[in-house]
Design a protein around this ligand. Structure first.
Ligand code: FAD
Length: 382
């Protein structure tokens, strides 16, 4: 007689998409046995994830609300010739809170940290120790697979939470401050998030085809910026750095299979991220709810559903991949910021639809005027 698998669901990776999936599934089905396996000691790594309120579907908010560490009523953008509030609120999720909420919500036996998965199939995982663990279904949330298959560009950043000797003057979240940057090496900007009256998170962001991250160079620009504003820094111990993919084309099926054919996937591993910004949080929340609402968590059903979902989403995002190509390749380096500058001159609703990837044809036409990302003929395609 065949023995029942030990778990209903194994989630490989306790990062953003795996953690959200575990939370959603635990809440929807506390009676089911879930195991999340994370290679590092902490869940979520070392991140400050942010999202705009308009990025998130109403049904996904209850999942995210307990995770929110910070909220900013206004998001501000600054370009060389233009600045404004964009009309959306910004929220921040710190990974230490993410870890704490997951550990409060899931039973301890559902979380395995510091253990590495070396191979996986639709209903099993093999651990580095040689142990094989069986489940009705497996979802792989290990982050990027073979990203070279997605014609990648890179959004590279280094950020520090700066404890200052006195109050700063930043009142709103500045999601893009390209007013202080010399745009000679391609699109670059700072993000400034006021945390307390004397604490600021500042991040230096660059876009490019080369994934090399020059941490000392970016850090120097952050400290120079602080000096220019006269901010005396008492502490800068907390920071984050990342090189995240954006995509300008590629082969979705080849990418999906490069992460393990026949195995269900979420997050960056499923190519579920914004082609221009690299943000994956809204997609991760959506897929977490989708899976939590499924009655059948068999490996076959999970793979069929998630593959169909990710393939459909990939097909709908060609415009945004062309937008990313325009940012990276189609302007002189010093002018790469211009498509974004044009975007942020539009109505708040258009800006929100760009971020949540629901631009209408009218939006695309309006965006292709002036220094927009692409000519009208390209904007109307697909
Ligand atoms: C510093 C940083 C900040 C970011 N900020 C934002 C943001 O503000 N908003 C946004 O939407 N996006 C942001 N992104 C982009 C993207 O959303 C994140 O990279 C997000 O964490 C991707 O989620 P994921 O679940 O696909 O991968 P990850 O969060 O990277 O999770 C993958 C997990 O799998 C684990 N793992 C990998 N291999 C194994 C293995 N063999 N065995 C066991 N565990 C394994 C890893 O340790 C990791 O914890 C940011 C990225 C970075 C790097």
């Amino acid at each position: 007689m065949a023995t029942a698998p030990t778990y209903d669901l194994i989630i490989i990776g306790g990062g953003l998409s795996g953690g959200l999936l575990a939370l959603a599934c635990q809440r929807a089905h506390p009676e089911r046995r879930i195991l999340m396996i994370e290679g590092r000691p902490a869940l979520g790594g070392n991140h400050l994830w942010s999202f705009l309120d308009t990025d998130i579907d109403a049904g996904d908010r209850p999942l995210l609300e307990p995770l929110i560490s910070y909220g900013w009523r206004q998001a501000h953008v600054i370009f060389p010739a233009y600045q404004r509030m964009i009309g959306s609120q910004l929220y921040g999720v710190r990974s230490d809170r993410f870890d704490a909420v997951l550990r409060d919500t899931l039973p301890p036996e559902s979380i395995m940290t510091g253990k590495t998965v070396i191979d996986a199939g639709p209903t099993w995982v093999e651990m580095e120790s040689g142990t094989r663990i069986e489940a009705k279904g497996v979802v792989d949330a290990r982050g990027g697979a073979d990203l070279t298959l997605l014609d990648p560009g890179w959004r590279k950043f280094v950020g520090y939470e700066l404890q200052l000797a006195g109050p700063h003057s930043v009142r709103h979240a500045r999601i893009i401050d390209a007013g202080v940057e010399v745009q000679e090496e391609g699109l670059s900007y700072c993000t400034l998030l006021p945390i307390e009256k004397d604490t600021l998170f500042i991040e230096e962001v660059r876009y490019g085809r080369d994934p090399t991250l020059n941490v000392p160079g970016y850090a120097k620009r952050i400290f120079n910026l602080a000096a220019r504003f006269g901010w005396k820094i008492l502490d800068s111990a907390r920071g984050q750095a990342g090189v995240i993919p954006i995509t300008t084309g590629g082969d979705f099926e080849a990418y999906w299979n490069s992460g393990g054919p026949g195995v269900a996937k979420v997050g960056v591993r499923a190519a579920l991220f914004h082609p221009v910004t690299g943000a994956s949080l809204p997609d991760a929340a959506r897929t977490a709810r989708m899976i939590a609402e499924m009655r059948d968590w068999s490996g076959e059903a999970l793979h069929r559903t998630l593959h169909a979902h990710a393939a459909k989403i990939w097909g709908r995002r060609d415009y945004y991949r062309r937008f990313a190509r325009a940012l990276l390749d189609e302007n002189a380096l010093a002018e790469q910021y211009k498509p974004l500058e044009v975007l942020y001159t539009k109505e708040p609703a258009t800006i929100a639809r760009f971020h949540n990837m629901r631009l209408t044809m009218m939006d695309r036409i309006a965006l292709s005027l002036g220094d927009g990302p692409m000519p009208l003929s390209a904007a109307l395609k697909g």
